[in-house]
Design a protein around this ligand. Structure first.
Ligand code: RFL
Ligand code: PHB
Length: 393
C-alpha cells in the first residue's frame, strides 16, 4: 500500500486533515487504532473557535454544525460571590465561539470521509514510523490480525498524547516542556437544560467549577477534584451540592439538577514537544502539545495545526514547493505557546492549589477583579478565548 500522506490517528486532527487534503486533491490514508463507536463516543471538548468552524464548513462538514451549533458571544466569570460577563463582540472584534461537541465533529467527519474520501481504517494499530528522514517513510501497523506496511511520501502523526509517532524523532533533536497540575477535573454529563445561557467559569474557596453545555437539553459540568480522584467518591448528590456551593453568587440564580449520565476524572497537563517536524514526519494536535482544558484550546489547536499543514501540502501539490512545509513547525509553535500561556493562566487563576496560601488567593482575586474592571484586561482574555488569527498565506 502506498499513499501521498499517511495519517496516524482518526481523532479530530487526523480526520480534519484527511478532509482538507481530499478537498485539495491530495491522497491520504487514515489509520485509527480504535473502533468507530469508541472514537465517536469519546466525551471531550465543546467549544469551537471561528477558524475551526470555517475549516469544518470548508471541507463539507458544516451542515449539522450550522443547524445545531450554538453561537456564544461571551462567558461569565464568577468569583467572590460576584458574576462578571466578558463580552466578546465589544472586546474581540465581533467574534464569538460555537458550542458543538467534539463527539459530533468526529461523527460528521467520519461519515463524510467514509462516503467520499480516501481509506479510513479502524482497528489499525500503528506500531512505528520508519525512514522519517528518508525519501520514503513507512508506517508499520497491525490490522485484522495481519502486520502491514503503508509507504508514504509524508507521514503525519495525529495520534494524540499517547501515540507512537513522536517516538520516531531522535532523542537529541527533540525538546520537551511539561507542567503537571496538582488537581484533576471531574466531568459530568446531565440530562437537564443548562442553568446558564453562556459558560460559567467559577473561582471559589472550595475550588474551580465550570458550567458548560452540549445542547439545550444536556448540561456539561466540571469540578476541580484532587489529582487522580476516583469518580466513585462522587455520588450524584455530592456533585450537585458541591456545584451549588462553588457557583454560589449574590442575587437570584439557581442550578437545576437532573439525572447524571456520565462521570469521569481528567488529568490536567501542559506539554509541548519541539520541533513538530522531523524529515518527512509531521506531528499535529495532542501528539505535539497538550493544554489543560480551562482555556478550551486543545481541539482548536489541533484544528489549526492541520489547517496550516493542509495548506502546505496543497502548495506542494500546486507549485511543487516545500516552502510552507518547511515553515510548518515554526508557524504552529508560535500559536501553540500562546495557547499554552493562556491555558496555564486560566488554570492557575481559577483553581485552588492544595498548598495555596491566602496571599496566592488574594492575587487571584485581584487579577479577576482587574479583568472585571478594565476593558484592556478583559480584551486580553477575550481575544485569546475566541482565538487568535492564523499566521501565513
Ligand atoms: P485525539 O483526539 O487524542 O486523537 C488521537 C487519535 O489517535 C489514535 N491513536 C492511534 N491510532 C493508530 N495507531 C496508534 N498507535 C494510535 N495511538 C493513538 C487514538 O485512538 C485517537 O483516536 O487527538 P487529536 O486529534 O489531536 O485531538 C485533540 C483533542 O481531542 C483534544 O485536544 C481536546 O479534546 C482537548 N479538549 C478541549 N479542547 C478544546 O479546544 N475545547 C474544549 O472545550 C476542550 N475541552 C478537552 C476538553 C479535552 C478533555 N479531555 C478528556 C482531555 C475537555 C476534556 C474533558
Ligand atoms: C466543554 O464543554 O467540555 C468545555 C468547555 C469549556 C472548557 C472546557 C471544556 O474550557
Amino acid at each position: 500500500m502506498h499513499t501521498t500522506v499517511g495519517i496516524i490517528g482518526g481523532g479530530p486532527a487526523g480526520l480534519l486533515l484527511a478532509r482538507l487534503l481530499h478537498k485539495a486533491g491530495v491522497d491520504s490514508v487514515v489509520l485509527e487504532s480504535r473502533d468507530r463507536a469508541y472514537v465517536e463516543q469519546r466525551q471531550r471538548a465543546g467549544v469551537l473557535e471561528q477558524a475551526t468552524v470555517d475549516a469544518l464548513r470548508d471541507c463539507g462538514a458544516g451542515e449539522r454544525l450550522d443547524r445545531e451549533g450554538l453561537v456564544h458571544h461571551g462567558i461569565e466569570l464568577r468569583f467572590d460571590r460576584r458574576a462578571h460577563r466578558v463580552d466578546f463582540p465589544s472586546l474581540a472584534q465581533g467574534r464569538g465561539v460555537t458550542i458543538y461537541a467534539q463527539t459530533e465533529v468526529v461523527k460528521d467527519l467520519i461519515a463524510l470521509q467514509l462516503a467520499e474520501g480516501g481509506p479510513l481504517l479502524f482497528g489499525a494499530q500503528v506500531r512505528e514510523v520508519t525512514g522519517a528522514d528518508t525519501e520514503r517513510p513507512a508506517v508499520r501497523f497491525a490490522h485484522n490480525g495481519r502486520e502491514q506496511t503503508l509507504t508514504c511520501d509524508y507521514v503525519v502523526g495525529c495520534d494524540g498524547f499517547h501515540g507512537v509517532a513522536r517516538e520516531a524523532f531522535p532523542e537529541h533533536l527533540r525538546r520537551t516542556y511539561e507542567r503537571t497540575y496538582p488537581y484533576s477535573w471531574l466531568g459530568v454529563l446531565a440530562d437537564v437544560p443548562p442553568s446558564c445561557e453562556e459558560l460559567i467559569y467559577a473561582h471559589s474557596p472550595r475550588g474551580f467549577a465550570l458550567h458548560s453545555l452540549r445542547s439545550p437539553q444536556v448540561s456539561r459540568l466540571y469540578l476541580q477534584v484532587p489529582a487522580g480522584d476516583d469518580p466513585a467518591n462522587w455520588p450524584d448528590e455530592r456533585i450537585w451540592d458541591e456545584l451549588d456551593a462553588r457557583f454560589a453568587v449574590d442575587g437570584d440564580w439557581r442550578l437545576e439538577r437532573g439525572p447524571i449520565t456520565a462521570k469521569s476524572v481528567l488529568p490536567m497537563r501542559s506539554f509541548v514537544t519541539e520541533p513538530m517536524r522531523f524529515g518527512r514526519l509531521f506531528l499535529a494536535g495532542d501528539a505535539a502539545h497538550i493544554v489543560p482544558p480551562t482555556g478550551a484550546k486543545g481541539l482548536n489547536l489541533a484544528a489549526t495545526d492541520v489547517i496550516v499543514l493542509a495548506r502546505a501540502f496543497a502548495h506542494l501539490q500546486a507549485a511543487g514547493s516545500t516552502e510552507l512545509l518547511d515553515a510548518y513547525s515554526d508557524i504552529c509553535l508560535r500559536r501553540v505557546w500562546r495557547a499554552e500561556h493562556f491555558s496555564s493562566f486560566m488554570t492557575t487563576t481559577l483553581h485552588t492549589a492544595p498548598d495555596q496560601n491566602p496571599f496566592d488567593t488574594r492575587l487571584q482575586l485581584s487579577q479577576l477583579d482587574r479583568i472585571a474592571s478594565s476593558p484592556h484586561a478583559a480584551a486580553e482574555l477575550a481575544e485569546n478565548y475566541v482565538g487568535l488569527p492564523i499566521e501565513g498565506p
